[in-house]
Design a protein around this ligand. Sequence first.
Ligand SMILES: [Zn+2]
Length: 193
Amino acid sequence: MLYFRTEVDILKKYIIPYKGLSIGKHRFDFEVDDRFFEAFENSEIKRGHAHVGVVLTKNTTLLTLNVEIEGEVIVACDRCLEDCSIPVHYNGELIVRFSETEAEYDGEVLWLSPAETEVNLAQYIYESICLSLPYQRVHSTDENGIPTCDPDMLARFKIVTQDEFDRIERQAEEHAVPNPAFEKLKALKDKME
Ligand SMILES: [Zn+2]
């Protein structure tokens, strides 16, 4: 199972050796830092730190991992491209099942060979943090609701007015979440033309 296996040394800290565990609940705690994110190529996360708490429930046939991630990461602000801190709150469940036949990780169940003795959570942790990030990553807003972006950078991009920013934001939102009512209307309009 290539997906959860990693050869990068720093990522070997995120291994849970489940083979010797007794049936029942077990708690594991991990920390991720800048070096963790550096280990992932082309990561949009530049830096960050987070605490990862895992409650593993061992059953005779499967493992259930309840994963909680709390922290903060640095990404490029969508608006001014400067470093921007985004809080991370993630709560998820990963099921580990065992099978001789390899199967792709589908976002819920991770299949491991019965011969395996441990699971590396580095990839899961990384992807969970990425998934927890909001679609829009911008600097927090001040008391007037205006993002506290780097004014020099904004001037360079010539995004000078709040109206313009709002327009871009609206476009991004419409792009991200297609409105079914709008889609229907558009289809109807296309038909009439
Ligand atoms: Zn910004």
